[in-house]
Design a binder for this molecule. Structure first.
Ligand SMILES: [Fe+2]
Length: 282
């Protein structure tokens, strides 16, 4: 086996060979920044790990057409945390779309992150694709739920864009992951979500964060994608909370004009120093 065959092809190489009309997308999730840029979550400096991943993106992934930021942006929901995240996102030189997670405060997020290139819009069109970003948060709760209003936005967004391929994003995972503690704080009404998706054959992908772990699957022809956090990862397939030693990561997606999705994740090479593997909560 040659070294060339062993070498992993970078997302940027894959992006450079996509057919015309493809969309190059970066997903960033669960950044958990704080007002204090040096503050650590389970021993890991969240601002630093995000900066390292943005550097990795500069060398291996960028440029992209879009960035999707899928919740738990700022752990303490501080205005200054969102303002700092905004500066980080602007370095990507692309249009970003943000949805809140259970740690976020939606009004504070909107007021401090929105600008010409960072949006909190629910529905946007790009080439042959419609992107639908749903708010699955319940104020004051860790678990998620899609409200009647959000379900209506999903339904109308899909109805009005039947000629487009659809990628739907939300913060909370809509399927059980086989880990009791995180499944207790999953999306509480997945049947409401899936009953709408099942009525629309142009839905191609469903994307989430929240679980701080990789998931790749498929349901009724829809690609299911859960993504690692840009900071700490949770131990999968374990009923009690646990921190996994896996390094911070992010996901890239290629949305092809005929509706196919190519996607994978990239991790930092090393787990950052200080990670507290014995942490019993976050
Ligand atoms: Fe999170």
């Amino acid at each position: 086996m040659t070294a060339a065959r062993d070498r992993k092809v970078s997302p940027a190489d894959i992006f450079s060979e996509l057919p015309a009309g493809s969309l190059r997308v970066l997903q960033i999730t669960d950044t958990h920044l704080y007002a204090d840029a040096k503050k650590r979550l389970a021993g890991l400096a969240t601002d630093h790990s995000l900066c390292q991943l943005l550097q990795l993106a500069q060398t291996k992934i960028l440029p992209v057409d879009l960035a999707l930021v899928t919740g738990d942006l700022v752990h303490d929901a501080s205005a200054s945390g969102y303002q700092r995240l905004k500066q980080h996102l602007l370095t990507l030189n692309t249009q970003a779309y943000c949805i809140p997670g259970n740690h976020d405060l939606n009004p504070v997020m909107r007021n401090n992150i929105q600008c010409d290139s960072i949006s909190t819009d629910t529905v946007s069109r790009h080439g042959n694709w419609v992107l639908i970003m749903l708010d699955s948060t319940i104020p004051g709760k860790v678990e998620g739920q899609l409200s009647k209003e959000q379900l209506q936005l999903l339904s109308s967004g899909l109805e009005e864009h039947k000629d487009y391929h659809a990628l739907v994003s939300l913060h909370h995972h809509p399927i059980p992951l086989g880990s009791a503690w995180i499944d207790n704080v999953a999306l509480k009404n997945p049947d409401d979500l899936f009953s709408i998706l099942d009525q629309h054959k142009h839905v191609r992908g469903l994307l989430w964060g929240h679980a701080h772990q990789l998931y790749d699957g498929e349901r009724n022809g829809v690609k299911l994608m859960g993504s690692p956090s840009t900071c700490i990862q949770f131990k999968p397939h374990q009923d009690d909370f646990g921190i996994h030693q896996s390094p911070p990561g992010l996901r890239w997606l290629a949305l092809l004009p005929e509706g196919k999705i190519m996607s994978d994740v990239e991790y930092l090479k090393d787990t950052p120093s200080g990670l507290d593997l014995g942490s019993v909560g976050y």
